[in-house]
Design a protein around this ligand. Structure first.
Ligand SMILES: C[S@@+](CC[C@H](N)C(=O)[O-])C[C@H]1O[C@@H](n2cnc3c(N)ncnc32)[C@H](O)[C@@H]1O
Length: 211
């Protein structure tokens, strides 16, 4: 979803960005054919950003909250070294089934562990330390995820939080999820444990670096 840019700009940015591999394109197509809300998938621009972020900080340990059909997980796994590991948390069995089909076909799939269930429960079993975290699940729990995860991130590690512009609704919040995204954004602005920049990539990505 494009929040704050002129028509055509996202497509232009995508056209100037390195293309994803054929398998990610196929995953995107199947997600659009079979899933009820396919726009949840991050897509080529943000997926490539995530892959390059993982590689740029030499991440070896990644955590994802909210996998959907696996596009962002597979993108980040591509940026990991052969002995790197990505743990991803997802609640919907239907999403997990499609993702796993693609992980099995990818040389990077063996780096990925999927934990099924409510993410807040799964997080209790994880200790870290994580180099990179991508938070992209239910907005109402964004502050809970962040507070659980920050102590498990190594100093200098990065937390990326998706949809923080929420289709522009942060400017005039009406619903519970609108207010949850605003509350999260305000929460991190008061937190001096992290450096921060809100990027206008796609639907807004908060880039937080643990001090
Ligand atoms: C926006 S989608 C994730 C998109 C994914 N990162 C991608 O790039 O394709 C959000 C996902 O979070 C999952 N989710 C929602 N609430 C959850 C919860 N409490 N625990 C775990 N997963 C949850 C949804 O089932 C959905 O698959």
């Amino acid at each position: 979803m494009l929040t704050c840019q002129a028509p055509g700009i996202e497509e232009y940015a995508e056209s100037k960005t390195q293309s994803p591999c054929a398998l990610l394109n196929e995953l995107q197509r199947e997600t659009h054919q079979k899933m009820r809300v396919p726009q949840m998938l991050t897509g080529p621009l943000e997926g490539t950003f995530l892959r390059l972020m993982a590689a740029s900080i030499s991440a070896k340990s990644i955590l994802e909250v909210g996998m959907f059909t696996g596009y962002s997980a597979l993108s980040m796994a591509e940026g990991l070294p052969a002995d790197g590991k990505l743990v991803t948390l997802e609640i919907e069995p239907e999403h997990i089934a499609m993702a796993k089909k693609y992980f099995e076909r990818s040389e990077h799939g063996k780096k990925i562990e999927v934990i099924e269930g409510p993410a807040l429960d799964s997080l209790k079993k994880l200790k870290g330390p994580f180099d990179l975290v991508f938070i992209d699940a239910d907005k109402e729990n964004y502050i809970n995820y962040y507070e659980d995860i920050l102590p498990k991130v190594r100093p200098g590690g990065v937390i990326l939080v998706d949809n923080v512009l929420w289709g522009g609704k942060v400017l005039d919040p009406q619903s519970t999820s609108d207010r949850a995204v605003c509350a999260f954004n305000d929460h991190v602005c008061k937190d001096d444990r992290v450096d921060r920049v809100l990027l206008t990539v796609r639907d807004g990505v908060f880039f937080l670096r643990k001090k």
